[in-house]
Write a protein that binds this ligand. Structure first.
Ligand code: SF4
Ligand code: MG
Length: 462
């Protein structure tokens, strides 16, 4: 968990459970999704007539107190944690977003993704795209469900939505299913939708299935019903497997941590190293490092201690502050690395702030060789599907930069990356989006001149 320079995919949750304390369930689910965004948090609860909205800046536990949760009673509700892009960090950007249909029915919407077009282009990124969608839904009369079924086929972009109106919870995934969204059951007492299955576990719901690309699921007193609103062509984000998702979340029927271990096994086969010890950059690279150690026969150890009370480094606004944040977060353990040749495994490398600092730290702690192994392919392209990947020129592996050049830049004896093919094999889904690694964008999303990557600074990630 030290990926620098990458914007987070936000987290959404929705619960329909008239007999249960809705506010507390959503609050707990949001804490389980806190890693997906730390800038702001919000909950909207519908009691059949009104929708009460509470949003604030900061972590979930900073935004909501016991008194807030006690007032959140109702049948259904949704929640959101937001990652800050380089855009404004204000309460105005916090979600859920409230709306009202043309016939006066209130609703609230929580969005994870990057909507680029709702009839006409909406700029993409930040709150603007969520707003445009809410406003578009407000043009229709009648139920929110009907409005969505009419509006969504005109919407272009990456979106996973949790929506609530008077008495119904909705879950929506765009026709490519870029951003994750899964469905769970509260043993006969209700329904849950969440960005990751770990949030279902926390509130006692069992995983049912992923919401399908192009599907709208509605949950209320009439049960659960599903509508396909667009022809689907799945392109789920492979970066979820690399980094975003919690290790204990499911990817279909498999656990993320087992996929990450397979990344490490394949990495050891593709990029071997002569070394005395394999260590992870904690926490996100731990499973990949275990796989690397297992496949290579090189002993595994923990050579970097992590301070879990420091926010993620990419939250820091500039490069100097990010470097300090890395030092605050990671501290080498000299006894593990002194006099040794070390393989250090990280999950990914975007700007290489962390990698450079880690290599420097390990050498200072006495490592004689430092071989950096990355359990994903080089990130060479920006993301237009809800992740702030930065511009091409900010990426360490921009263009056709060689691994030797990258090793020199970060000060490592060698650098090795997992191949795209091996990553796809381990994920087991050949349709996954790999655009930030390959430049093969599943859909242009109406963004002009997609090839001029260094001109783009795409804000994303509501
Ligand atoms: Fe995920 Fe990368 Fe595709 Fe964006 S471009 S959706 S981060 S795989
Ligand atoms: Mg990392």
């Amino acid at each position: 968990m030290t990926l620098d320079g990458i914007g987070e995919s936000c987290g959404v949750i929705g619960v329909w459970a008239p007999d249960l304390p809705i506010g507390h369930l959503i609050y707990s689910g949001l804490i389980a999704l806190q890693h997906r965004g730390q800038e702001s948090a919000g909950i909207a609860v519908a009691d059949g007539t009104d929708i009460a909205l509470h949003r604030g800046m900061g972590l979930v536990q900073q935004v909501f107190g016991a008194a807030d949760l006690a007032t959140m009673r109702g049948q259904a509700g949704i929640g959101h944690v937001r990652y800050s892009t380089s855009g404004e960090s204000t309460i105005d950007n916090a979600q859920p977003c409230p709306g009202v249909t043309a016939s006066g029915e209130p609703f609230a919407l929580a969005h994870n993704g990057n909507i680029t077009r709702v009839g006409s282009p909406c700029g993409g990124g930040d709150r603007a795209d969520t707003f445009v969608l809410v406003r578009e839904l407000g043009r229709y009369r009648g139920r929110v469900e009907a409005a969505m079924l009419r509006a969504l086929p005109q919407v272009e972009g990456a979106y996973s939505l949790a929506v609530v109106d008077g008495g119904t919870l909705y879950a929506v995934r765009d026709p490519h299913g870029f951003r994750p969204l899964c469905l769970g059951r509260l043993s006969g007492r209700g329904w849950v939708v969440a960005s990751e299955s770990a949030a279902l576990d926390v509130i006692g719901a069992s995983f049912v299935r992923d919401v399908a690309p192009g599907e709208l699921v509605a949950m209320d007193h009439n049960g659960m019903r599903s509508t396909t609103f667009a022809l689907a062509s799945s392109a789920a984000c492979s970066f979820e497997h690399v980094y975003f998702s919690r290790p204990d979340s499911l990817a279909g029927s498999r656990r993320m941590q087992s996929i990450r271990r397979d990344f490490g096994v394949a990495l050891a086969e593709e990029c071997p190293a002569e070394a005395d010890v394999v260590i992870p950059v904690p926490d996100s690279a731990r499973h990949a490092a275990l796989g690397y150690a297992q496949a290579s026969g090189i002993p595994y150890d923990e050579g970097l201690a992590r301070n879990n009370y420091v926010g993620r480094t990419f939250i820091q606004p500039d490069q100097a502050a990010r470097s300090i944040a890395v030092r605050l977060k990671l501290n080498p353990v000299p006894e593990v690395v002194r006099g040794r040749s070390v393989v250090v495994v990280d999950d990914s490398m975007v700007r290489a702030t962390t990698a450079t600092q880690v290599v420097t730290m390990l050498r200072a702690a006495g490592a004689v060789r430092v071989h950096l192994r990355i359990a994903s392919p080089p990130v060479r392209w920006p993301c237009f599907y809800g992740v702030d990947m930065k511009t091409g020129t900010e990426l360490i592996a921009e263009g056709d930069t060689s691994v030797a050049q990258i090793a020199a830049a970060v000060g490592a004896d060698s650098v090795g990356y997992l191949s795209v093919e091996a990553m796809r094999d381990a994920i087991g889904d050949t349709s996954s989006c790999t655009a930030c690694f390959t430049g093969h964008y599943p859909v242009s999303l109406g963004i002009p001149a997609i090839g001029r990557r260094s001109d783009h600074s795409v804000l994303a990630g509501n």
